[in-house]
Unconditional design. Structure first.
Length: 314
């Protein structure tokens, strides 16, 4: 049986998603600084009178915020309306590709166009069945080509949950505990999770310049070297920042709870739960120690314990 919806979606390939849009702000030093601080990137090329913007900021200069862009074309809205009407209402970004044609410098005015580049045939994934949509954005600076950004998303319908057989309330008994979501393990981070299983928090160390990095990456952001080894974290750290999660409720989690950005003694930062004290007593600067939390028979996670008798030192 042919996929009639796919035939209709396919007609949108090559149609514009945005035309002659302008970036809401020129390339500027404050945004570059915020980006570099968030990414922990101290490359000297991004500072000073001859600074350039980090290439990976390419998409940042095209974002329209809550108000969007005036050049948005109707084709994209029509495409998603078709998908919504057919029940493919869930969306997840799957990957992006960027090509850099020239450096962006403070003061550059950004313009761009976007096109619906491709629509895949219907695919079945672990999330559900749907279509991969790829949009290409061509970015210009001062009228010159500066780069290309491709964003691929999956619009899908989650699989139907099996109906639960009705039982008398007295016969139900306690519900089994929900399983904690599994971490995504791939070839780039497999060694990290092997370290966790051995109760070691492993930090990558660049084989070219010695820069430490966490989370793990396939190459060094400071010098570009693909060579690396690891060092084990001592376990000591402090709370650099934190949030308290109240909503939304989610199976296997019991809000409210504190999630901290922990600055390790080695100088890198790591996101994990802060335990050992009530969520409303977590404070920036609080000393913490690494421990490994057994979540279930198959999973342990690194967390950071704040000792109650050390809270007053903050």
């Amino acid at each position: 049986m042919t996929d009639e919806l796919y035939a209709r979606l396919k007609r949108y390939e090559g149609q514009p998603a945005a035309l002659s849009c302008e970036g809401k702000d020129p390339v500027n030093e404050p945004m570059i600084r915020h980006w570099c601080e968030a990414m922990g990137d101290n490359n000297a090329a991004y500072r000073g009178p001859d600074a350039i913007a980090p290439p990976t900021m390419l998409q940042a200069w095209t974002m329209g915020g809550l108000s969007g862009h005036s050049g948005r074309a109707p084709a994209q809205d029509e495409l998603f309306a078709l998908l919504d009407a057919a029940g493919f209402r869930s969306v997840v970004a799957t990957d992006c590709e960027q090509e850099y044609l020239r450096p962006l410098r403070p003061g550059d005015r950004i313009t761009f166009d976007a096109v619906i580049e491709s629509v895949s045939p219907r695919k079945t994934t672990k999330l559900g069945t749907g279509y991969f949509i790829t949009t290409r954005t061509d970015v210009r600076a001062g009228g010159e080509p500066a780069g290309t950004h491709r964003l691929r998303i999956l619009t899908y319908a989650p699989p139907a949950r099996p109906a639960r057989a009705a039982q008398p309330a007295a016969a139900e008994g306690p519900r089994p505990a929900a399983e904690r979501p599994r971490p995504v393990v791939n070839r780039d981070n497999e060694g990290f999770w092997q370290g966790v299983a051995a109760h070691r928090l492993l930090i990558q160390r660049c084989g070219g310049c010695g820069t430490l990095r966490l989370p793990w990456l396939p190459g060094c952001a400071a010098c570009g070297s693909p060579d690396w080894d690891t060092v084990a974290a001592s376990g000591a750290g402090t709370v650099f920042s934190y949030v308290v999660m109240h909503h939304p409720p989610f199976p296997a989690f019991d809000p409210p709870y504190a999630v901290g950005l922990i600055e390790l003694a080695e100088g890198v930062r790591f996101v994990s739960n802060v335990v050992g004290v009530p969520y409303d007593e977590v404070r920036i600067g609080m000393p913490v120690e690494l421990e490994f939390l057994r979540v279930d028979d198959d999973l342990e996670l690194p967390v950071f314990r704040a000792e109650p008798d050390r809270r007053e030192a903050v």
